[in-house]
Design a protein around this ligand. Structure first.
Ligand SMILES: [Fe+2]
Ligand SMILES: [Fe+2]
Length: 280
């Protein structure tokens, strides 16, 4: 490949009709454009499959990592698998569509400002990004219940066969860490994860109690330990670009229609990861 762009988006939430219409209109600018989809495509397997099929038909290549919404066992979904079993079902669906998942070899992108290795990460959260005053997971959860800010994951995102969501997170972190450490340090990585790898983006959340569902302290230095060209994430529905320790972090969410009405954005929906945008 000689041209093309590496683009990213997340939180398409296509169960919302307006979002589905937006996704129908997403187009690459060139035949060589790749698209990173950093989770929260939808809740129902039928909606996830519809969106990823549509995108895989249009872009030269699509890479996906799950958000928390894909992992819900929603009562309306004909697929009632839970936890790891649901995740593996989605991975097989993606493979059938030619979409790369966190379970596949990290693909090399050879376009402008490349080569880079695309690492889709599935790391979840472990209740360590706690609100001020909470020393433990139990205290953080109690504060969230008291504030009335409890993530729906508590009821629909099952960790089976892991005992808890945080245990699932720790297992994912350990396995992923080994994989990243084995990557050739001569080729920079683009790390994509639904949840931010560092705490700072959660510090602007309206409800600090929600941060416990937004990542883990265990990844706080990954952008320094592993040679990282850029980090792509979503989940917060606060699209922005930040630099931490000189590394570019892109929050690439579309989010809910009501959020866009409240905070209209002039940013392009598909965020350009590479070639690096001017000024970044
Ligand atoms: Fe989302
Ligand atoms: Fe999310």
């Amino acid at each position: 490949m000689t041209g093309g762009r590496l683009l990213a988006v997340s939180d398409l939430h296509v169960s919302h009709r307006e979002n589905r219409e937006i996704v129908k209109q997403l187009e690459p600018l060139s035949d060589d454009d790749w698209l990173l989809v950093a989770g929260d495509v939808a809740e129902l397997t039928t909606d996830i499959e519809w969106a990823l099929t549509h995108l895989a038909d249009r872009f030269a290549h699509v890479v996906w990592t799950p958000g928390n919404h894909e992992l819900w066992t929603h009562p309306d979904d004909p697929v009632q698998l839970r936890g790891e079993h649901r995740y593996r079902h989605l991975v097989e669906m993606c493979r059938g569509l030619g979409v790369t998942t966190p379970e596949d070899p990290y693909r090399l992108w050879n376009g402008p400002d490349g080569p880079v290795r695309i690492a889709p990460l599935f790391l979840l959260y472990d209740y360590t990004l706690r609100p001020p005053g909470a020393a433990t997971k139990a205290e953080a959860l109690a504060m969230a219940y008291k504030a009335g800010v409890v993530c729906t994951d508590e009821f629909l995102l099952h960790p089976d066969p892991h005992p808890t969501r945080d245990a699932w997170c720790r297992a994912r972190v350990a396995a992923t860490e080994r994989r990243l450490a084995a990557c050739d340090p001569g080729i920079p990585l683009v790390l994509m994860n639904h949840f931010p790898l560092v705490r700072q983006p959660t510090e602007v959340l309206r409800y600090p109690e929600f941060a416990q569902w937004c990542g883990t302290e265990l990844t706080a230095d990954w952008h320094l330990r592993f040679r990282t060209a850029a980090v792509v994430y979503g989940h917060l529905h606060i699209p922005r670009q930040n630099h931490f320790d000189g590394v570019r972090f892109e929050e690439v969410s579309l989010g809910y229609p009501r959020e866009r009405r409240r905070h209209p954005s002039t940013r392009p929906l598909l965020r350009q990861v590479l070639p690096a945008p001017a000024g970044s």
